[in-house]
Design a protein. Structure first.
Length: 404
């Protein structure tokens, strides 16, 4: 008989600017991973001999983020050496996929407790520095009409009718909501400040935010992906081969309405009912359903729509049964398409801002938005929530949680 999987705690680091002058630039992926593992252990007085595995998402698995970073993080932390670790990569959904794998293991009875989450230090290990067959090997790239993600985002805006003003207005709202959330301490339950070896705080809050962003300041920015699309190598032409009914691609995305490049880590404690009872821990939510899906690799970023359709069907729910949504803000058009597809009011979605304002540390973001969703469900006294992410190469991942 399957048993339920519960979330007992969810924490994250602040997001630091993913540049050489970012506050977390001196911190390695290993050290930040160990930092959040130790914080989770302390907060829950966790006996790590009971943790079956640490499942850790990180996307650019090369250099200091390579070599099964998960196991290295366990050994660098205060966890016992008997706890193993495994690194997973489902691109932008890696952190959520780690949680979903852990939940499946608990449900199947393969261990009573897991720690899942992820890390990405984008200022130290640049995105794409590991190479990618989809982007560089013509035997696959040509067959699936590969285009860079920014061009895909502009393709979504073109196909579904989102203007530059639509995308900019969404970005302004994300910045405003994130500023309000920080101003009202809505992240206080989950954010663990990062300290140096002397115990001095390096970073205590997300530093990518630009709360003074308005339509005028965004209007001054040039489209970031027009050159990729229109000039050599001319990816617009590739996209139009897949979507010949479009006359041209309308390039509407730029740095201000796309997710920020940042550093960060997050961890979630998942366990069975018996684990909580044995350790005097109260579950915060039950993981009701998980799902993943493949989608068009040219449009690339529309995965949140079909994966939400799949997870709702799998759980016997309707979109109206979900109280709150967290959909990763990879680009404005991604979230605008989700709201359009399901007629979801913006007042129920990303109510505390998202990656456009606070940044998208690839391997950690999925776990981060799940924690943000849970915090907001508790703050606003809501019962059900859905977290979903678009995923590079044309995929989607989603999780439904309900408060206990």
């Amino acid at each position: 008989m399957m048993q339920d999987a519960y979330i007992y705690d969810a924490i994250r680091s602040p997001r630091g600017r993913g540049r050489t002058d970012g506050s977390l630039h001196e911190v390695t992926s290993l050290r930040l991973s160990a930092h959040v593992l130790n914080a989770l252990k302390r907060r829950n007085d966790l006996d790590t001999t009971q943790v079956e595995d640490v499942i850790w998402g990180n996307v650019t698995q090369v250099g200091e983020q390579g070599g099964c970073l998960a196991r290295a993080a366990v050994l660098a932390s205060d966890f016992g050496e008997q706890t193993p670790g495994v690194s997973v990569n489902r691109f932008c959904a890696s952190g959520l996929e780690a949680v979903n794998i852990a939940a499946a293991q608990v449900r199947a009875g393969h261990g009573d407790a897991y720690v899942a989450g992820g890390v990405e230090m984008m200022g130290r290990v640049p995105m794409g520095s590991d190479g990618a067959a989809l982007a560089v090997d013509p035997t696959v790239a040509m067959g699936c009409y590969f285009v860079p993600q920014g061009v895909s985002a502009d393709l979504i805006a073109t196909e579904y009718g989102f203007s530059r003003d639509d995308c900019d207005a969404y970005a302004v709202a994300s910045q405003s909501r994130a500023a309000r959330a920080w101003g009202e301490d809505r992240f206080a339950k989950s954010v663990v400040p990062v300290t140096d070896q002397n115990g001095l705080t390096i970073l205590a809050r997300d530093e990518h935010m630009r709360p003074d962003t308005d339509m005028q300041s965004l209007g001054a920015l040039k489209p970031a992906f027009r050159e990729q699309g229109e000039v050599m190598p001319g990816f617009d032409a590739v996209a139009l081969l897949r979507y010949p009914h479009l006359e041209k691609i309308n390039h509407v995305h730029h740095a201000g309405n796309s997710s920020g490049i940042v550093d960060g880590a997050a961890a979630v404690l998942i366990g069975s009912k018996a684990f909580g009872e044995r350790n005097g821990l109260t579950p915060r939510a039950r993981i009701r359903a998980t799902a993943k899906i493949g989608d068009d690799p040219t449009m690339n970023l529309t995965g949140p729509v079909p994966v939400t359709e799949r997870i709702l069907a799998r759980s016997g729910m309707a979109i109206s049964d979900i109280d709150l949504f967290e959909v990763n803000e990879a680009f404005s058009a991604v979230v605008l398409r989700f709201m359009q597809a399901f007629d979801v009011d913006h007042g129920r979605l990303n109510v505390n801002g998202g990656a456009i304002a606070m940044g998208h540390p690839l391997g950690a973001t999925g776990a981060m938005i799940l924690g943000t969703l849970l915090d907001e469900m508790e703050r606003a006294d809501r019962e059900t929530g859905l977290a979903a992410l678009c995923v590079a190469a044309g995929m989607g991942a989603a999780t439904i949680i309900e408060r206990v």
